[in-house]
Design a protein around this ligand. Sequence first.
Ligand code: KG4
Ligand code: ZN
Length: 339
Amino acid sequence: MNTKPFLTLGIETSCDETAAAVVADGTRILSNVIASQVDLHQRFGGVVPEIAARKHIEAVFPVIDKALDDAGTTLTEIGLIAVTYGPGLVGALLVGLQAAKSLAFALGKPLVGINHIEGHIYANVLANPELKPPFVCLTASGGHTDLLYVPEFGRYEVLGRTRDDAAGEAFDKIARVLGLPYPGGPQISRLAETGNREAISFPRGLGNENTFDFSFSGLKTAALNYINHARQTGAEINLEDFAASYQWAIVDVLAAKLIRAAQFQRVSQVILSGGVAANRSLRHETAQLAKALKIEVCFPPPELCTDNAAMIGSAGHFKHLAGHAHGWDLNAVPQLQLA
Ligand code: KG4
Ligand code: ZN
């Protein structure tokens, strides 16, 4: 029997990407459109919330239109509308929410609000539709660094999280001090490719302590001191070595704690998600540690690690199947928690 696929329109506007995607049966990406505002925010060295919201309002319908076009479908064929409702910038979230609610209302389609972090986890379902819990998941982005035990989809137990900066923030802040463009993670990662990660010994925040929490503020201070000292004494900073050592101080702790958490929970799978999961060194190091212990590692392709709407569409599909739905009172929750 040839049943028609169930199509979900995913919408994501939590930060500085206006994104829409059409996902079939929660696992097949028919289109994935992202209008990035990075160029606009670059001269400010970070995302300016009001500019982000204003740009979303211009871009959201053209992006949705393109997502439908690219998928070769129309709104009438869409079975579900899924939208990020938090965490994120309130003004930015409201734009995507209002677009999603208007469409769902006008078309009489079901609506489901998605937690952005849960969306990042579902990027792994798109990459590997066979993925089944239990697993331990590291979600590391510009705003979050959480180590989660996932006994089943929809249930998330926090094993640890950052006590200060998020991992992506740690990349972005130091990149900014070095005069590298926003976002800094990919820039540091690129420079690190040819650097020596042992060149500078940076501290591992909470690295050896008996906790699954993270801390990157000590590392940031050490890196700032290193840069300031070099600037004051006129010493040249070898950017490649600096980037490799700094990245290694972050990756070392993230990968080690993720694998330790998997052993602690006695699971044989770990997954990486969020923008920082695009980092090659983190992917490589996690895979190396896991291999020795016969733990499987899953991570999405880099373009699904960073913000996109396909992950929101996938999460929406499975939430809908599990009976979740939101009403017309769905609002933005900037500090939305997963667990
Ligand atoms: O998930 P995401 O796209 O947006 C948020 O939800 O925050 O993550 C963005 C973060 C930024 O901090 C960015 O610098 C970081 O992910 N990032 C990376 C890499 N690509 C993106 N960090 C390290 N290495 C990368 N290759
Ligand atoms: Zn994100």
